[in-house]
Structure formats: structure tokens, C-alpha cells
Design a protein around this ligand. Structure first.
Ligand SMILES: Cc1ncc(COP(=O)(O)O)c(C=O)c1O
Length: 364
């Protein structure tokens, strides 16, 4: 199908070529990109601060909105401090730029997001991959290289296969002077109490842990952040060229992200609904005989053989008014695969409709 030209969207639908489809794709897991409070915050802030700071934070582009968002995000996810970056991708770049004095080797889950390996190699660390999710292999590599200073990197939730990293066991593998970095772009708003992320899910709280994340997926906004102990965040502020040399998240988006956090705090039932919908979709896909990994996240990926069958199934679903996207993305054993997601706003009946249509399309 290629790139999809979306004309309009809601938390559960997209309009393509004038047709509204019931959609099961993307990462708007709790529908915050369309929440009325989030949209209102954006509109109000445009009136007060305009669209862009037009300068980097450390020159003349800092606002009280950015500072407040950093405090609130850190408090929400349970970290001492946070700093915003233009995107999740640049969060990984900015943090990596500050690590080379202490760490020479990065031990990285083999299916981590490409921004992780890109950031680490650009910063000059040696990257050694460990088998996906295998904390014992990570521990072996740490033992081999700990005299050079090691940092372990993993995604919290893997976007491409829906698996969850063993963050607690990775932390146990770390030497006392090591660092664990969790890219939690897909864990925020999904994992942990009230969607507070994968570290909170595992009860991990340690000065040797940093999180990088995006504001552009679960929070429904745009931008990135690094969270961790104050000393590490200060180093990013003082030393990272990626942070210091970029225009920040537009203030209206930063205010929208603050509103999104408030919605999550006020309405933890959103996360409960997301989890109930995750359970329903997962059980239904497994009943169809599909090899679904994981049990906690609203991301379901699978490939059909031969590959052309996926296009046939996808276009049958499309004809029935359903978007269940086949995507091309690194991070699984397949180059192309179905990546179906469910949100807190899908109804029981809508999920059943997709499952019934999928059954029909796979068994014509
Ligand atoms: C795991 C992971 N890390 C980083 C990023 C980059 O985030 P952003 O889109 O905010 O740059 C993504 C987005 O696709 C992601 O899935």
C-alpha cells in the first residue's frame, strides 16, 4: 500500500480518499492526540507564545512552559529530573553525546530502535549487540567489557514486535558504575501504573537508570525527553550539542503535552480501558492462530506467508472499511508485517469487527 495519505483522523479512525475507515494503526494508544483538553491547550498557548521560540533554549528560546513540562514529566515518570529535546530520536542523540568520558562500550539489545545505534556510533562508543531480550547474554558482555565502562541500552517496549524488555534483570547485570538507558517511547502511556512507563512497571528506581522518550506517540504531541538523576540531566544541558544547538518543541505543543499528562493523572481509567482492549485483541488474534508475542502492550505484529497474502488480506479489510496496516520497518524477523494497534477508545464491538473481518480475509 505504501505511504498512506491521511486527510483526517480521530482516535479510532482515518479518512483516506474521502472514505472514513475504522483504524487499528499508529501509536496514539490512549487517544491523547485528539483529546479536547490537549487541543485546547495548544490553541491557548499559540495566542500567548506564538508558534515557535525561534531560538534554542540556552539562548533566548526558553519558556516557563518548557520548564514546567520537564518538572511534570519527571514527577509523572518517577525521575529526579528531565530535559526536553526536539524529538525522541534526538533524545537518544543528545544523551549519547554526554557519555563518552565515562563509557567506551554500549551493550545494546539487537532490536533496539535505530536511533539508539545511530546515536551511540555517532557519539563514538563501540556498540555490541546482545540477543533480543536476553539479559543473561547482556550480563556476559558486561562482564567482558566492564573495565572499559559499559552502558546497557534497550527499548522498554519494542515497537516492532510488542515485546517488553527485562529492565529489572538488565539493571542487575550492571556494575556499580554502569548506566542503563531505556528508550521508553512506547512504554510511556502504556506500561506501569497509570501509564508511567516501563521502569515503573518493574519498580526500577536507581541512579544508574536514564530514560529517553517521545512526546509524539502515547502523549499524542511532539518532541522528546531524557529523564534521570539531576547530575546526568545537567550534563545534557551543559554539554550536548544536539540539545544546545536546536530549537525546542514549539511552546503550544509543550503546553499540549502538559495537558496530556494532566489527563492521564485525572483519568487512570483510560489506561484500564487500554489494557482491557489489549486483552480482547490479543485473545482474538491468538484464536485466529496468529503468533502474537507479549501480553501487556497494545501492539500486535505478525507476518503471513507468502508475503503477497498480506497485501490481499489488507486490501480486503480496506474494502470493508478497516485499516489494519502492513508496514515495512526494522525490528522483527520479517521485512514486512502487519502492525495492528488498539487504543483505549476502541469499543468491544469495533475490535470484534476487525477480528471477524480478519478471519474472513485470511480464509476466503
Ligand atoms: C523506540 C523508538 N525510539 C525513538 C523513536 C523516535 O521518536 P521520535 O519520533 O519522537 O523522533 C521512535 C519513533 O519511531 C521509537 O519507536
Amino acid at each position: 500500500m505504501g505511504r498512506i495519505p491521511i486527510q483526517a483522523s480521530s482516535a479510532t479512525s482515518v479518512t483516506i480518499e474521502g472514505r472514513e475507515l475504522l483504524a487499528f494503526g499508529g501509536c496514539n494508544y490512549v487517544g491523547l492526540a485528539h483529546h479536547p483538553d490537549v487541543r485546547m491547550a495548544l490553541r491557548e498557548s499559540v495566542e500567548v507564545l506564538g508558534l515557535s521560540t525561534t531560538a534554542s533554549r540556552e539562548t533566548t528560546g526558553n519558556t516557563t512552559t518548557h520548564e514546567a513540562l520537564e518538572r511534570e514529566l519527571a514527577a509523572f515518570m518517577g525521575f529526579e529530573s528531565a530535559i526536553l529535546t526536539p524529538e525522541g530520536y534526538t533524545a537518544n542523540m543528545a544523551l549519547a553525546q554526554t557519555l563518552t568520558e565515562e563509557f567506551a562500550v554500549a551493550i545494546v539489545d539487537a532490536r533496539s530502535h535505530r536511533s539508539v545505534t545511530h546515536a551511540l556510533t555517532a557519539a563514538g562508543l563501540s556498540v555490541i549487540l546482545f540477543e533480543h531480550l536476553n539479559a543473561s547474554k547482556a550480563a556476559e558482555l558486561v562482564a567482558q567489557h566492564s573495565d572499559r565502562g559499559v552502558v546497557i541500552y534497550t527499548d522498554g517496549v519494542f515497537a516492532a514486535d510488542g515485546s517488553v524488555a527485562p529492565v529489572d534483570r538488565l539493571l542487575s547485570a550492571l556494575p556499580s558504575h554502569g548506566l542503563l538507558v531505556v528508550d521508553d517511547c512506547h512504554g510511556l502511556c502504556v506500561m506501569g501504573p497509570g501509564g508511567r512507563g516501563t521502569c515503573r512497571h518493574f519498580g526500577v528506581s536507581d541512579d544508574r537508570v536514564c530514560v529517553t522518550t517521545t512526546l509524539g506517540k502515547g502523549l499524542g504531541c511532539y518532541g522528546g525527553a531524557i529523564l534521570g538523576p539531576k547530575s546526568r540531566i545537567q550534563r545534557v544541558q551543559q554539554e550536548s550539542g544536539v540539545y544546545r544547538g536546536t530549537t525546542p518543541v514549539p511552546p503550544p505543543i509543550a503546553l499540549a503535552a502538559r495537558a496530556a499528562l494532566r489527563v492521564l493523572e485525572r483519568e487512570p481509567s483510560l489506561i484500564d480501558r487500554l489494557r482491557a482492549n489489549t486483552d480482547q485483541m490479543r485473545a482474538g488474534l491468538i484464536a485466529l492462530g496468529l503468533p502474537i508475542l507479549g501480553d501487556r502492550v497494545p501492539i500486535f505484529t505478525f507476518a503471513l506467508e507468502p508475503e503477497s497474502r498480506m497485501d490481499v488480506v489488507q486490501s480486503r479489510l480496506f474494502d470493508e472499511g478497516l485499516l489494519a496496516p502492513v508496514i515495512e520497518y526494522p525490528g522483527t524477523a520479517h521485512s514486512r508485517f502487519f502492525r495492528i494497534t488498539v487504543t483505549a477508545h476502541h469499543s468491544h464491538a469495533q475490535i470484534d469487527r476487525l477480528l471477524a473481518a480478519l478471519r474472513g480475509a485470511m480464509n476466503p
